[in-house]
Design a protein around this ligand. Structure first.
Ligand SMILES: Nc1ncnc2c1ncn2[C@@H]1O[C@H](COP(=O)(O)OP(=O)(O)OP(=O)(O)O)[C@@H](O)[C@H]1O
Ligand SMILES: [Mg+2]
Length: 353
């Protein structure tokens, strides 16, 4: 069974999608089978991986976007479909994507409407709340994934509640700034509330026709992103250091302490929850987007040469190391930890493709 990791922060634009994209490629390079899932209706991850024609195909009636897979549940016409994920890059044959879909926002409304009945144990409501969890479980088994990486939108809405409930672990990318620090206050409290509400669902649902997730995603740590690099011990300019130094304290107080009470932290020998730092890569990122390749795979033919600052240019190789430290450390921590145990229940026969 695969490890499922969500990349999540209610603060927008902190680099969640960029981080997930790069780390997923690195894990595949290590010889693992990786399934990426775009659960953000902005579909940024999908646009990073696939060209427009392929995206439109995945959104078509016979397509394999996340929305097309769960559409029958939304329509009340059956359970999820079984359409296989996309292998989108021949250079990464063991990297798969379940494309995102703009229509996922409609499903989010449905999740909001069915949350109270789900907490009362209603099976149709729980079928909707667990649709993404049950579909991803099927898809990851289908491609024999070792790791599932899920990209989420920047909010504390019902879709993210459902997807985090479906995750074993989560990682929080953060910028070392005031807004990210303030954002941790909402994040920790909301996750504690969701934990309790999912527990209500579990307690109220007496039958075993559908499988409910344990809904206790464990916090693996945070990744600091977007700062300007300097060759000093903290690796960042003085301006960014003002907040960079305060992030760990805010994470400990607002996330770790709160989640420890509900069993959603890891017992780790290290007290520091920072998994790594990804500096501001400036124009390397748009080049990588245009080439639809990770930064560390881009060559001068992709437009890199002479267009980036000398410091960044010298460090193209180092970028792989940055992402490797942050991402692989998280995956290794996750694979060593005790996995949350899933409540038994039958996987309902999905609707025909
Ligand atoms: N390390 C980096 N260096 C420079 N630019 C970056 C870096 N990481 C991300 N970006 C840029 O910052 C912007 C936001 O990144 P990204 O879309 O990955 O954030 P996000 O947290 O997923 O956003 P959202 O909350 O909207 O989903 C994008 O334009 C992206 O290209
Ligand atoms: Mg994003």
């Amino acid at each position: 069974m695969a490890i499922t990791i969500s990349v999540f922060n209610n603060k927008g634009g902190v680099g969640k999608t960029t981080y997930l994209y790069h780390v997923s490629h690195l894990i595949e390079k290590m010889g693992k089978r990786v399934l990426m899932v775009d659960c953000d209706s902005q579909c940024n991850l999908t646009a990073y991986c696939m060209r427009d024609a392929a995206i439109n195909k995945s959104w078509s009636k016979d397509g394999n976007s996340i929305w097309r897979q769960i559409e029958p549940i939304y329509q009340g016409l059956g359970d999820f479909r079984r359409r296989q994920p996309t292998a989108f890059d021949k250079n990464y044959p063991n990297l798969y994507l379940i494309p995102g879909d703009l229509l996922l926002s409609d499903f989010e409304d449905h999740l909001g409407d069915t949350w109270n009945p789900a907490k009362g144990g209603s099976e149709p409501a729980l079928r909707a709340q667990t649709a993404i969890f049950r579909f991803i479980s099927w898809a990851s088994d289908h491609v024999n994934a070792d790791v599932v990486m899920i990209d989420l939108g920047p909010n504390l809405g019902s879709l993210n509640r459902a997807v985090l409930g479906a995750s074993d672990y989560f990682i929080v990318p953060m910028a070392p700034d005031l807004f990210s620090i303030r954002g941790t206050e909402n994040l920790g409290s909301k996750l504690v509330l969701w934990n309790k509400e999912w527990q209500q669902c579990n307690d109220a649902y007496k039958a075993e026709n559908i499988q409910l997730p344990p809904a206790k995603p464990i916090f693996l740590g945070y990744v600091l992103q977007h700062h300007n690099i300097r060759d000093n011990p903290r690796g960042m300019t003085k301006g960014w250091q003002q907040y960079g130094d305060k992030v760990e304290e805010a994470v400990q107080k607002n996330i770790v302490e709160k989640l420890a009470d509900v069993g959603q932290t890891q017992h780790s020998s290290t007290q520091c929850y920072m998994l790594g730092r990804i500096p501001n890569l400036h124009s390397l990122i748009p080049y990588s987007m245009t080439a639809r390749k990770p930064v560390f795979d881009c060559k001068s033919a992709d437009g890199l040469k002479g267009n980036c600052s000398p410091l960044i240019n010298r460090r193209v190789e180092d970028q792989q190391a940055c992402w490797a430290v942050a991402g692989l450390r998280a995956v290794l921590m996750a694979s060593r930890a005790d996995r949350p145990r899933r409540r038994p229940g039958a996987m309902t026969e999905p609707a025909a493709a």
